[in-house]
Write a new protein. Structure first.
Length: 85
């Protein structure tokens, strides 16, 4: 039996995956749902994910965006416009 490869987390030691964080940010910034309300929604499904944790993920990942943009530019792969949050 082969185990599927685990998708690396965005933040070491956390359950943050690209799709989870993208979903949280989409619901917050596109749909206008505060993180506290998202926390209550996650709790309904027995997932303990605090407002503070989600906010820290967003802050940490947004701080990495300039580094990512510079790395892409150095590789010559920055053909797409990167918009800051």
């Amino acid at each position: 039996m082969k185990r599927p490869e685990k998708e690396p987390s965005l933040i070491r030691g956390s359950i943050a995956t690209p799709s989870l964080v993208a979903g949280i940010m989409n619901v917050k910034y596109v749909n206008g749902m505060p993180l506290a309300r998202q926390e209550r929604e996650f709790a309904r499904y027995d997932l303990d994910l605090s407002t503070k944790t989600m906010a820290n993920w967003i802050i940490n990942l947004c701080r990495q965006i300039p580094e990512t943009a510079v790395s892409a530019d150095e590789r010559g792969t920055s053909g797409k416009q990167i918009y800051p949050l």
